[in-house]
Design a protein around this ligand. Structure first.
Ligand code: ADP
Length: 270
């Protein structure tokens, strides 16, 4: 389901739309290759290079954060409310700009991408939120199809891929339901289907179980684990200690914007 080699990814990155666009993509690809030749194995698939984020004079949301995330990793970013988890995720999709530092995705400098080319970066990252963010007046199917339309995918691809992704999240029989006809757990599955349908390299999940009961919480976590096993990086931001400690994967602890712990198969002990 996911592109497996980097040349495939480069081809999809370089879809020509206009001459100007081709030039900017070409520059980015050249830059990507030169970076790759020297650094890729060292910097990882995602690299937060000494990132600081100051929203205003009083709030340092992130301070000198350096993180390398390798392909296929499942990483939990934990910390109490206000620790900087959401800010970290927003920086990766350029919803916010860092005050200092650089961010790389697959050797490509996210923080240097021109605004008009940002959709190339965002297409490689699927996002899931605590409150699902589904369009209320569209069916589950339409919510997912809309994400493909927005990415410029053809009707035939949409008809083929949407049912497949609903099968993956176990909701084939609810595709025609509207969000208000679905439980919270089901709505979050639709949101996961939407995040997955454009075959991202990375899933960002920001407190995805924050509104769910324990049973649905585990269902969603199991689904994220399955997606990760299929090869997608998952970055889970959460303050749910029980969930994090059961996942038994890498845990990065943020405290007032700083990484205070980063452990393989870690625990959330704060
Ligand atoms: P978390 O996700 O861990 O709860 P956030 O990244 O949301 O933490 O917030 C980190 C800090 O940045 C907090 O002190 C928060 O109040 C502040 N912050 C977040 N977003 C903004 C914003 N848009 N403007 C000003 N301060 C913000």
């Amino acid at each position: 389901m996911l592109p497996t080699n980097s040349s495939e990814k480069l081809v999809s990155f370089a879809t020509p739309i206009s001459y100007k666009f081709e030039c900017s993509v070409l520059n980015a690809v050249v830059k990507l290759y030169s970076l790759r030749l020297h650094n890729f194995d060292i910097i990882g698939m995602i690299f937060f290079d000494n990132i600081s984020k100051q929203y205003n004079h009083h709030t340092a949301a992130l301070r000198n954060v350096t993180l390398r995330i390798q392909p296929k990793e499942f990483i939990s970013v934990v910390g109490s409310s206000g620790a900087g988890k959401t800010t970290l995720l927003k920086l990766l999709i350029r919803e916010e700009e860092p005050s200092e530092g650089k961010i790389f995705l697959d050797g490509f400098e996210v923080t240097a991408v021109h605004r008009r080319d940002l959709h190339h970066v965002r297409r490689r990252i699927g996002t899931i939120f605590q409150d699902y963010k589904l369009l209320p007046d569209r069916t589950a199917y339409e919510n997912v199809a809309f994400a493909m339309e927005a990415a410029g995918r053809r009707d035939e691809e949409i008809h083929e891929d949407v049912p497949q992704v609903f099968e993956l999240v176990g909701l084939t029989d609810r595709m025609e339901s509207f969000p208000h006809q679905l439980s919270g757990g089901e709505q979050q599955r639709v949101a996961i289907a939407r995040a997955l349908v454009n075959r991202p390299d990375v899933i960002l999940a920001d407190e995805p179980t924050g509104n769910l009961d324990p049973v649905n919480t585990w269902e969603i976590i199991k689904l994220l684990q399955k997606i990760n096993e299929l090869g997608t990086i998952v970055i889970l931001a959460s303050h749910n200690k029980e969930v994090i400690n059961t996942i038994d994967k890498r845990v990065v602890v943020l405290d007032r914007g700083m990484v205070v712990s980063d452990q393989e198969r870690g625990k959330y002990l704060l």
